[in-house]
Design a protein around this ligand. Structure first.
Ligand code: NAG
Ligand code: NAG
Ligand code: NAG
Ligand code: NAG
Length: 187
């Protein structure tokens, strides 16, 4: 039974060896230089039926054969999660948060771990005030995943770019930490 929450924690966080994506040729890709680069960490504690006070992510929808405390099989397919995670500038869970990562992800691949994510970073700190908004496919079997930065407000007014997600830690059954390297090409 180790496995239900463990499976749950696999969300964005499979620690995969190097099964990285095929490099297909992009003949016409223009070299571009980011106008701003930022790195954040966010911390996800999955609700497992016993950690209500500490959890930052919950299953809100599951397929008919699933429930709200254990991820569905296979591959969490059909589970919809909502989260409200602290964002920190380094990898310390207990560091002072600079904002919250809030949104959802759902598993949309039957035959492998993969999800689609849509969330915002909400900042209201001395460092940053404003939001950054993210969306995209999150193919978990890839060691790093690029998703789109589709907009922003405040200090990030009209921002656009790409965010690279990396699993930075996977501890115990319910906690994982994601590193987010953001490159903005419109600032
Ligand atoms: C919440 O986390 C604290 C500190 O890690 C721990 O002592 C406590 O047992 C946890 N509570 C639950 C309900 O998991
Ligand atoms: C949820 O499903 C898991 C795995 O099938 C099962 O072990 C657990 O008891 C279920 N929990 C509830 C609250 O039904
Ligand atoms: C941001 O922080 C300031 C100062 O603490 C507070 O007055 C304001 O209501 C906060 N805004 C939001 C949107 O949380
Ligand atoms: C998969 O990883 C490779 C290298 O780690 C990266 O170049 C590629 O953009 C990634 N694919 C996605 C969809 O994120």
């Amino acid at each position: 039974m180790a496995t239900k929450t463990q499976a749950a924690a696999l969300f964005l966080c499979l620690l995969i060896s190097a099964s990285s994506a095929t490099a297909y040729s992009r003949k016409t890709r223009r070299p571009r230089t980011p106008c701003r680069e930022l790195t954040f960490f966010f911390h996800d504690v999955l609700f497992n039926g016993h950690n209500h006070d500490n959890a930052t992510a919950v299953i809100v929808g599951s397929p008919q054969w699933g429930n709200k405390t254990a991820m569905a099989k296979p591959y969490n397919f059909g589970d919809l999660m909502v989260f409200d995670d602290p964002i920190t500038l380094d990898n310390n869970f207990h560091g002072t948060p600079v904002g919250r990562a809030q949104g959802m992800y759902f598993y949309d691949q039957w035959s492998i771990y993969g999800s689609w994510v849509g969330f915002s970073f909400l900042f209201n700190s001395t460092e940053y005030v404003g939001t950054l908004n993210f969306a995209g496919a999150n193919p978990l079997m890839n060691k790093t995943r690029d998703i789109s930065v589709i907009g922003g407000t405040g200090d990030f007014f009209m921002a656009r770019g790409v965010a690279t997600l990396t699993c930075d830690a996977f501890e115990g059954d319910v906690y994982f930490r994601l590193r987010v390297d953001i490159k903005l090409y419109e600032c």
